[in-house]
Design a protein around this ligand. Structure first.
Ligand code: NAI
Length: 326
């Protein structure tokens, strides 16, 4: 039998946490033969709620769940961590400006980056930042963890990717697994660019199924970009179950690979495609042997280059707003 892996989750008693913990504990992220210890971080005022969630986890009698840590101390939450899902973040409150939101989160993620640096299992660690602004929070956390390879930090754009797949499947009448070479470029925000210019369905170009540039520009792209807001309008609360599901997909694929298929991940930019080196930027990636590689050699048409640049510039401006904290 395998030794347990330590999975740290911040914001563990929030909406996404409540969807995430049970699926991780049941083995959906790391496999049905991998024992785990959940290490939950919450704010002091949410520790009581966390206690309730922990009682429910006990009551599921998950065979793989070997322990639950409940703490408001990042050093304890990240002690020996093999995985870290950074979900907890400061939400935008009424009247708060974008710069203030970035700054408030920068404080949280710089402290958590340091705590990861000092306590986590640095050589095998995989970090996924879910809490918004996810890409820039990943940048801050990574910069505050000088002893951890920046490639071990990632930001979540898998929900955007999955949303795009669902829209394409609906439009073409095909299954989501028939659709390949789709990707999200850039920021997890309304400037993201969902790109179907390389996409194939059952191995043939998507144009053979839907050849409608107006639909792509005026319907598909904005629907994916605005999906978060549409869910809030309909549900009265932001996406949580779908976000948790995407987080599990991201970590599972990073660990076990994608069989040569593309997925989208916000990763440390090495300058590929002109995304400024050091930004956490969503690229098409292929995961293999526990690592990921940015897909290389793609041609971006004029429209794609335009969209790419908008989201790239937004990420640069986010970085600029918090540069005094880097
Ligand atoms: P929520 O407000 O229900 O839960 C957040 C939890 O984090 C709360 O329990 C809070 O006490 C905790 N928290 C706040 N600051 C913390 C800190 N410094 N350390 C530890 N815990 C802390 O929010 P929800 O719905 O679970 O969403 C969490 C984040 O995920 C939000 O920032 C949201 O915008 C983001 N998100 C990102 C998505 C993506 O695709 N990247 C998709 C959906 C949500």
């Amino acid at each position: 039998t395998k030794a347990p892996l330590r999975v740290a989750i911040t914001g563990a008693s929030g909406q996404i946490g409540y969807q995430l913990l049970f699926r991780i504990a049941s083995g959906e992220m790391l496999g049905k033969d991998q024992p785990i210890i959940l290490q939950c971080l919450e704010l002091p005022q949410a520790l009581n709620a966390l206690k309730g969630v922990s009682m429910e986890l006990d009551d599921c009698a998950f065979p793989l769940l070997k322990g639950i840590v409940q703490t408001d101390d990042p050093n304890r939450a990240f002690a020996g961590a093999d995985y870290a899902l950074l979900v907890g973040a400061k939400p935008r409150s009424k009247g708060m400006e974008r710069g203030q939101l970035l700054e408030a989160n920068a404080q949280i993620f710089s402290a958590q980056g340091k705590a990861l640096n000092n306590n986590a299992n640095r050589d095998t660690l995989r970090v996924l930042v879910v809490g918004n602004p996810a890409n820039t929070n990943a940048l801050i956390a990574a910069r505050n963890a000088p002893n951890i390879d920046p490639k071990r930090f990632t930001a979540m754009t898998r929900l955007d990717h999955n949303r795009g797949l669902a829209q394409l499947a609906d439009k073409t009448g095909c299954g989501v697994t028939d659709i390949q070479k789709f990707c999200i470029w850039g920021n997890h925000s309304a400037t993201q660019y969902p790109d179907i210019t390389h996409t194939t369905i059952k191995g043939s170009p998507i144009k053979n199924y839907v050849d409608d540039a107006v639909w792509v520009k005026d319907n598909f792209i904005p629907t994916v970009q605005q999906r978060g807001a549409a869910i809030i309008n309909a549900r009265g609360a932001s996406s949580a179950a779908s976000a948790a599901s995407a987080a599990i997909d991201h970590m599972r694929d990073w660990t076990f690979g994608t069989n040569g298929q593309w997925q989208s991940m916000g990763v440390y930019s090495d300058g590929s495609y002109g995304a400024d080196k050091g930004l956490y930027f969503s690229f098409p990636v292929i995961c293999k042997n526990g690592n990921y590689e940015i897909v290389q050699g793609l041609q971006l048409d004029a429209f794609s280059k335009d969209r790419f640049d908008v989201t790239r510039k937004e990420l640069l401006s986010e970085m600029d707003a918090i540069k005094h904290l880097l």
